[in-house]
Design a protein around this ligand. Structure first.
Ligand SMILES: Nc1ncnc2c1ncn2[C@@H]1O[C@H](COP(=O)(O)OP(=O)(O)O)[C@@H](O)[C@H]1O
Ligand SMILES: N[C@@H](CCOP(=O)(O)O)C(=O)O
Length: 303
């Protein structure tokens, strides 16, 4: 049985729309096993327990790329990444399926190959890149349609608070509301902020992160889809933290540089919204992993 674990990812990080993302220490797992019937899927909502399932679709894409037949499959999902909340649940599915196919045929697809295939499926590399590599990753699709990506260290003292409302925002809808053009002046603003943000994250300079994370490309529009945006931001800032919309929302990501501030934010959010999920996370530095597990759950080989 093949076990694939993929971290949740937080795309954009405010000013890096479609090109910047980081992986956090919240994981979903998928098990792939041989099956007597064509396809059996468990561990996800019923609507995804069929051939349209994104994990299966990605597995099939992997088989096609490797020129191998799609085997009869049992897919078991242990899901911790909330669906359609801006924490890369679709990236998780795509990376898990592709990596699953690679491990199934012992093909050892490189991370670069995985990234190219995953970006083709997701449309943009900002989530799938950190899901594959871990850490914080900047990436773009170049003129030859190849993906260029670089990884950044994120300072150890930075802690992440995923504040997950009890309502979804679909990525499709959150993309549809964005304007199609941007002025030169705003583009210059955006480039400067994104460049400085990457260094500030590396240095763990929270004050500089707070100044450089202020986005003009998507947050002003998407914050209107999240009724609790202003109040959540106020809570994070009242505890010396900063906040951005994770991916396309509805999750908001708080960043702090010490445990006390993190705990205060978590308590205030839980008091204001008892039904919301809140996680206190660190950066994930490994990205997706795969293991070959025998029937007794004994790991026999780790990649
Ligand atoms: N655990 C899961 N099982 C099956 N499909 C999933 C799962 N998680 C995500 N998906 C797929 O990903 C889609 C959500 O993607 P998207 O709207 O981009 O949200 P997110 O912001 O979480 O990436 C779902 O509609 C579904 O097709
Ligand atoms: N850059 C994309 C990222 C979407 O991330 P997700 O986690 O919401 O799928 C966007 O902002 O649309």
């Amino acid at each position: 049985m093949i076990k694939i674990q993929v971290p949740a990812t937080s795309a954009n990080i405010g000013v890096g729309f479609d090109c910047l993302g980081l992986a956090v220490s919240l994981y979903s797992t998928v098990y792939f096993e041989r099956n007597h019937q064509k396809l059996e899927i468990s561990g996800c909502p019923l609507e995804y327990q069929n051939e349209s399932n994104l994990i299966f679709q990605a597995f099939v894409k992997g088989c096609t790329y490797l020129n191998r037949p799609v085997p009869n499959l049992k897919i078991t999902i242990e899901n911790n990444i909330p669906i359609a909340r801006g924490l890369g649940s679709s990236a998780f599915c795509i990376v898990a399926g592709l990596k699953g196919a690679s491990a199934w045929f012992n093909a050892k697809l490189s991370k670069e190959e995985l990234l190219a295939l995953a970006t083709e499926m997701e449309g943009h590399p900002d989530n799938v890149a950190p899901a594959i590599y871990g850490k914080m990753v900047a990436s773009f699709i170049d003129q030859n349609n190849e993906i260029q990506s670089v990884s950044f260290n994120v300072n150890d003292k930075l802690q992440f608070i995923t504040i997950i409302p009890d309502y979804q925002v679909s990525t499709q809808k959150a993309r549809a509301i964005l304007p199609s053009k941007m002025f030169y002046q705003d583009t210059t603003y955006q480039i400067g902020h994104a460049l400085i943000l990457t260094k500030a994250m590396e240095q763990g300079d929270l004050d500089l992160i707070h100044k450089s994370i202020v986005d003009k490309m998507h947050e002003p529009y998407r914050s209107k889809l999240i009724p609790d945006y202003q109040n959540t931001k106020r809570i994070c800032e009242s505890e010396n933290g900063t906040m951005y919309i994770s991916g396309s929302g509805s999750t908001m990501m708080g960043i702090v540089d010490n445990k006390e501030n993190a705990i205060h934010i978590i308590n205030k959010i839980k008091k204001a919204h008892p039904n919301w999920r809140v996680h206190h996370l660190k950066l994930d530095t490994k990205g997706a992993t795969n293991e070959l597990v025998n029937i007794d759950n004994l790991t026999v080989n780790i990649n």
